[in-house]
Design a protein around this ligand. Structure first.
Ligand code: NCD
Length: 306
């Protein structure tokens, strides 16, 4: 039995198979419509979510399976003091697979150690978000045709943004990927990512503050929201929240085939006037998220469709 805590839990080949399966599901959804009949997914969300929880649920329903779960810590027995370890022991009796989101880094890992069903990390604090990464890889591969030879700008809250951490880990395994890390000084990527991934793998990267100056060199721009809920004081958040606003004027500086991705939710960092630009693919990315999660559920449940 396998769990998914980090994108690195899969080899590049395994990830490739998941992306290929997701692509096949996109082309022929009917073929997969009954593959999870009789199976249940539990969504255990101790932190707010719209896309991740609902796309997991939609994914399981598209496969013919059922869904149970809770969407806040307050509505679960966590409010009575139950530990994650006890909760997953119990969930293991009800469901076949579990997607868990938790504000504490490592909580899904703790759950996986006490679980008899596969546990998927659906976001743990400011740490990792591997299913968003599979979604991002699928979006990039589908729309750019490759995962190598790319210059990727990551912009916004690179300190607390778990989607960015997981994406850097995952993309560090492809050839000739260059990162342009665009953030205010206070929100640069954590030291452990710089040392354990960027430096350790001798990746080409640079850290800049101004978005305008790097726009022309990017193949992809991955925008992120300033992670309000991880700030220790409101004042710092207010100072930082509108640091970047991608608008039509800035988009003019980019190449004609640069794509804009965003894990969403968007707050102010992308002006709504950019939504109609054909290079803005963040809503398409949401659709890819469902195919990616369908492929992941089939893979972890070891269900083979000829
Ligand atoms: C992201 C998350 O939860 O980390 N959202 C998502 O799952 N698509 C990004 C965010 O909340 O900013």
């Amino acid at each position: 039995m396998r769990h998914l805590m980090s994108p690195l839990d899969f080899t590049v080949e395994e990830l490739d198979q998941i992306l290929t399966l997701a692509g096949e599901i996109e082309k022929n959804p009917g073929k997969y419509a009954h593959t999870c009949e009789g199976k249940k997914l539990a969504t255990c969300f101790y932190e707010p979510s719209t896309r991740t929880r609902l796309s997991f649920e939609a994914a399981m329903m598209n496969l013919g399976g059922n869904v149970i779960g809770f969407s806040s810590a307050a509505s679960s027995s966590a409010a009575k003091g139950e530990s994650v370890a006890d909760t997953i022991r119990m969930i293991s009796c009800y469901a076949d697979i579990c997607a868990m989101r938790h504000p504490k880094e490592g909580a899904p890992l703790v759950a996986s150690l006490h679980s008899s069903i596969p546990v998927i990390n659906a976001g743990d604090g400011g740490h990792q978000h591997p299913t968003q990464t599979i979604t991002d890889l699928l979006t990039i591969r589908s729309l750019k045709g490759r995962l190598d030879n790319l210059t990727i700008g990551l912009c916004g809250d690179l300190k607390f943004g778990r989607t960015v951490h997981s994406l850097i880990h995952a993309l560090s395994r492809y050839e000739n990927v260059k990162f342009v890390l665009i953030s205010p000084e206070e929100l640069r990527v954590p030291g452990y990512i710089r040392e354990e991934v960027l430096e350790a793998k001798h990746m080409e990267y640079k850290e800049v503050v101004r978005l305008e100056e790097v726009m022309p060199e990017l193949d992809l721009l991955y925008m992120t929201r300033v992670q309000k809920e991880r700030f220790f004081n409101e004042e710092d958040y207010v100072r930082m929240k509108d640091f970047y606003i991608l608008d039509k004027k800035k988009m003019k500086l980019a190449s004609q085939d640069m794509l804009v991705l965003h894990p969403l939710p968007r707050v102010n960092e992308i002006s709504v006037e950019v939504d109609d630009d054909p290079r803005a693919v963040y809503f398409k990315q949401v659709q890819y998220g469902v195919y990616a999660r369908m492929a992941l559920i089939l893979t972890l449940l070891e269900i083979e469709v000829d």
